[in-house]
Write a protein that binds this ligand. Structure first.
Ligand SMILES: [Zn+2]
Length: 253
């Protein structure tokens, strides 16, 4: 390559690069989103600095919820995992609720609950109350991510709803099988029956007098929010305590 031609080529590339840089959204004062940051959480920000500047986090990151019918891709992921032929409700009766939740990291995140369409509006209102009050939630993923295993989902401290399965310690369908039961922060709010604590990592939280973040307690904002929607709380049961569990028993035909 002749030196003059090489110089011309370098100049041409410099011109292209400069043009491209000058045309980036940043030049126009718009935020540039990093595509690699998409997925698990919304872009992070300095909440303390925002507070000092008087920016209301509720305005910047309001509670958002979208209720969808189950799309074919989601149905495929549920088939023979959280749902199988013989389950008491068809997938067409279920809804995917995509919504923001407040994390233990004091940041908003996107989560998804699969619930019965009859209770989807109630679920959105209850979780809005929790988000607004900054009640922390560890994670919120459909149980299909855990192979439909309630044990694996509980160990992950996962908040979830629909799962067509037998009652814990029983043979009849759990209310989760109807998409009408929700488990929240399963480690901080374990299932306790005598000496049995599920998940096992929830054992330190069997003591309900030592109050820690993410725990659900009688009369707190979480139980009040679900009371308003007509849910029964497992923390009020007498034969056992299921602190993570809220349900609305399906109407009998
Ligand atoms: Zn439950």
């Amino acid at each position: 390559m002749r030196p003059t031609f090489r110089l011309a080529l370098a100049l041409a590339f410099t011109t292209i690069a400069t043009t491209a840089l000058a045309d980036t959204p940043e030049e126009h004062g718009q935020p540039v989103l990093d595509p690699s940051a998409a997925g698990t959480s919304l872009p992070t920000l300095d909440l303390e600095a925002d507070a000092e500047r008087g920016i209301d986090i509720n305005v910047r990151f309001p509670f958002l919820a979208f209720v969808h019918t189950i799309d074919p891709w989601t149905e495929q992921s549920m088939m023979n995992v959280s749902w199988h032929p013989g389950c008491p409700v068809p997938i067409s009766d279920l809804r995917a609720v995509d919504m923001t939740y407040w994390g233990f990291d004091k940041r908003p995140h996107w989560g998804r609950l699969i619930v019965h369409h009859d209770v989807s509006a109630s679920v959105v209102r209850a979780f809005k109350a929790m988000y607004t009050a900054r009640f922390p939630i560890r994670r919120m993923e459909p149980v299909d991510r855990y192979g439909g295993s309630d044990d694996a989902s509980m160990l992950a401290d996962n908040t979830s709803a629909f799962n067509c399965r037998a009652k814990t310690g029983g043979t009849t369908f759990s209310i989760h099988s109807y998409g009408r039961a929700i488990d929240i922060n399963t480690v901080e709010n374990p299932y306790v029956k005598g000496a049995l604590v599920l998940p096992s990592t929830g054992a330190p939280f069997a003591d309900r007098t030592n109050i820690r973040p993410g725990m659900i307690l009688e009369g707190d904002l979480v139980t009040r929010a679900f009371d308003l929607e007509g849910f029964d709380w497992g923390g009020r049961w007498t034969s056992l305590k299921d602190y993570q569990h809220f349900e609305i028993v399906p109407p009998t035909n």
